[in-house]
Design a protein around this ligand. Structure first.
Ligand code: UT7
Length: 315
């Protein structure tokens, strides 16, 4: 991926929000649905519970409204809405249309679908819009995977869940937060993880696992090279929350200790587009980030896609 031109208009996150549906499904609840155990799910995935319910638009409006409120931005001042989702409420129109109306925005709105890498793809797109003259962009990652999960399939039903994370991205006078970025896709791996229109998710879990670690690490290394930083410089890695063993293996290969990873999978399960913003903004809300810290966001997902960005927090 190219270097970011030195004269590009910079941008930074000025507000964020998180939304999880109130209904909680624990591992023990799943024990009553198919043959599995709380212990197996914890040990093999790191997941203890997950939130399910709601619609993609409803969760997006909730997290987006919180982000606008925190940033203190009038909805009428937003220049574009970018919604990352693989679970739109309708095939047409894009769910971003519903969200735009629900939040009272008057601007262009569109969905991005890059599966679980989607929020990082959308982050790159949003920075690009600012580089081209937009001043304020609302960026949301939301998925309601429970609606496309086969609840009789223990291979997938233990993993997937619902949630949303949002951020307001505003133009700044300085260079901004984005130091490096990478987006990748390998369509030859499509059959490993897919969902037909109107169907449910099919996944070759073992092969997805094997490739996930490699493609996350490759993407992260590309972004770090563009940013001119090393793993030692990264204060916080925010990986896609798919499986604690994938997160741990990726951190290991990157040479980043797990203490420097943002992890919320035990509470959320795999929420696809929402997983990275949920983990990032939970870490921010917990005071784990200081101005100037380098943060690596890195995702992978169906496609198979991978994407990463290096951002300098709070500049
Ligand atoms: O956003 C990206 C989405 N996807 C992913 O990231 C998924 C990546 N893959 C994974 O996370 C893992 O492959 C899974 C969690 C899906 C499965 O874990 P695994 O360690 O690869 O298990 P496995 O498929 O190798 O199965 C091991 C054993 C098998 O039994 P035997 O053949 O050894 O007797 C399975 O039948 O565990 C059994 N098993 C289960 N047992 C209890 C598989 N699923 C379950 C289950 N509960 N839910």
């Amino acid at each position: 991926m190219p270097q970011i031109p030195g004269n590009a208009v910079g941008a930074r996150f000025t507000g964020w929000g998180r939304a999880l549906p109130p209904k909680v499904l624990t591992n023990h609840d799943l024990e009553g649905m198919f043959e599995t155990s709380d212990q197996w799910i914890r040990e093999r995935t790191g997941i203890e519970r997950r939130h399910v319910g709601g619609t993609t638009a409803g969760l997006s409006i909730e997290s987006g409204g919180l982000a606008l409120g925190m940033a203190g931005v009038d909805p009428l001042d937003i220049d574009a809405l970018v919604l990352s989702t693989s679970t739109p409420d309708r095939t047409v129109p894009a769910t971003s249309a519903t969200v735009q109306h629900g939040l009272g925005l008057k601007c262009g709105a569109f969905d991005v679908n890059a599966a679980c890498s989607g929020f990082v793809y959308a982050t790159v797109v949003a920075h690009g819009l600012i580089a081209m003259g937009a001043r304020k962009v609302l960026l949301i990652g939301t998925d309601t995977l429970s609606r496309i999960t086969d609840w009789d399939d223990r291979n997938t039903a233990i993993l997937f869940a619902d949630g949303s994370g949002a951020a307001v991205l505003e133009a700044t006078d300085g260079p901004g937060q984005l130091l490096g970025w990478d987006i990748d896709s390998d369509g030859s791996a499509e059959e490993l993880l897919f969902c037909e229109v109107g169907g449910t998710i099919h996944m070759d879990g073992k092969e997805v696992f094997r490739r996930a670690v490699r493609i996350m690490v490759d993407s992260a290394k590309k972004s770090m090279a563009i940013a001119g930083v090393t793993a030692d410089d990264i204060a916080l890695v925010v990986p896609h929350q798919a499986n604690i063993r994938i997160i741990s293996a990726a951190c290991d290969r990157l040479g980043v200790p797990m203490e420097r990873a943002a992890v919320c999978i035990h509470e959320t399960g795999n929420t696809s587009s929402a997983s990275i913003p949920l983990a990032l903004f939970e870490a921010a809300d917990q005071g784990r980030l200081s101005a100037g810290d380098l943060v690596l966001l890195v995702g992978f997902g169906a496609g198979m896609t991978a994407a990463s960005v290096i951002i300098r927090w709070g500049v």
